[in-house]
Ligand binder design. Structure first.
Ligand code: GLY
Length: 411
């Protein structure tokens, strides 16, 4: 008998009755245990609970994680890379869902998520940057994406605070932004309202019974049992004890240092849209929020689980941001923080069943966790409740690194 009725329709924001057939399992057994309460774990829990499943999330601090650091660019077009055409399709699918997703989440939670359809400007400061941007433009056009080449003067007309040295740029009106901290908070509330149970603790060991994932033990000794387990622990996803070798997700942490500044009223509007550039080979971006916050990111460092904010990291970000927008040095610096992107070997997420029956992955989103939140929630809810990954998520099955992983999950 299936653990979750496969034909349960999505139920929007309605409260789900919790008195259901538990398929012969003890009534305190969840249908789904999500390990990790960052935005990926939360959206998986929310969407799955909306379909009638009994869902538990294990995390010491739900809504924390990389979303507390991320800038929230929805940069499917401006972060396009050679060789990542498959990922582009998923990124675009998620970007298209964002307006409706944000509206539904705001309705479900009663909280704003700061979705802004303001567009992005990628600029070049010297001849090398301009050549790089021209190549990106050609790749975008070949991929059928909307992107317009602007002269330096046209860039400054759009964003008058840009440095006189800006030599050209790409205007991408389709790359928007959301506030990841608000997104995380709204997802926690939406989960609570949909009946998701939160267990505030670290999962230290996966429980396996009869060759199937059956739950997890928390560091305080609490045993949680579930019909299916989703590992959504971000960069820590590969470190849960008890996961058989062939099911361990190949994710590693990639550190990003990010700064937050405040734009006083007298300076507003400092920027009207996200501005980004590659300066001497390093990415820098500036994301202006409605509330006057200006987020500057981000370094990309392979240093294990280190989250130290370094003088060098802050210096490089401010130096590069200052070359783009000299006026930035006038703004109050309000926060410096580092987070860890969960990166897979091909920079794309791991979504779906593993070689261990009952264990699924939702991790490895690297630079795209915020962008991919809507499509991840939909894909994970579908596979958890029907056993089948939707077509758009099939290229991201863990099977590409672990051939024993099946494409379907008996539910
Ligand atoms: N997507 C932006 C970053 O990861 O820095």
């Amino acid at each position: 008998m299936p653990q979750i009725p496969p034909n349960s329709p999505p139920t929007g924001t309605a409260n789900i009755p919790r008195t259901r057939d538990t398929g012969g399992r003890p009534p305190d057994t969840a249908d789904v245990l999500v390990i990790g309460g960052g935005i990926i774990g939360l959206v998986t829990a929310w969407r799955t609970a909306q379909r009638g499943a009994r869902v538990t999330v294990a995390d010491p601090e739900p809504g924390g994680g990389a979303a507390q650091v991320a800038a929230g660019m929805l940069a499917a077009v401006t972060e396009l890379h050679y060789g990542e055409e498959t990922l582009l399709a998923l990124n675009l699918a998620s970007a298209r869902r964002y307006p409706a997703f944000a509206a539904e989440l705001e309705e479900a939670s009663g909280e704003r998520v700061g979705y802004r359809a303001r567009g992005t400007l990628s600029v070049a400061l010297d001849a090398d940057d301009r050549a790089h941007l021209r190549e990106l433009h050609a790749l975008q056009r070949r991929s059928g994406l909307e992107s317009e080449w602007l002269t330096g003067r046209e860039c400054r007309r759009l964003e008058p605070m840009l440095a006189p040295g800006v030599r050209g740029g790409l205007r991408v009106d389709g790359d928007h932004q959301v506030d990841p901290r608000r997104l995380a908070s709204a997802l926690v509330t939406a989960c609570e309202r949909a009946g998701v149970e939160f267990r505030r603790g670290w999962a230290e060991r996966l429980t396996v019974a009869h060759d199937r994932a059956a739950g997890a033990r928390l560091t305080d000794g609490t045993e949680l049992s579930a019909g299916q387990v989703v590992l959504a622990g971000g960069s820590l996803s590969g470190r849960l004890d008890g996961v058989p070798d062939e099911a361990v997700p190949p994710v590693r942490p990639v550190k990003g240092q990010v700064l937050r500044l405040a734009v006083p009223r007298a300076y507003a509007p400092f920027l009207t849209r996200t501005v980004r550039a590659v300066v001497r080979g390093s990415q820098v971006y500036l994301v202006p929020r409605e509330n006057g916050e200006l987020v500057v990111g981000a370094t990309s460092e392979e240093l294990g689980w280190d989250t130290t904010v370094t003088a060098g990291g802050v210096y490089e970000l401010l130096r590069d941001a200052h070359e783009l927008l000299p006026g930035i040095t006038e703004l109050p610096l309000t926060e410096t923080r580092a987070g860890l992107r969960p990166c897979s070997p091909d920079n794309a997420p791991l979504l779906g069943p593993t070689a261990l029956p009952g264990l699924l992955l939702a991790t490895g989103h690297h630079r795209n966790g915020v962008l991919l939140t809507p499509v991840t929630g939909d894909a994970m809810a579908t596979v958890l409740t029907t056993g089948t990954l939707p077509a758009e998520a099939l290229p991201f099955t863990p099977r590409r690194f672990s051939p024993a992983a099946p494409l379907e999950q008996p539910v």
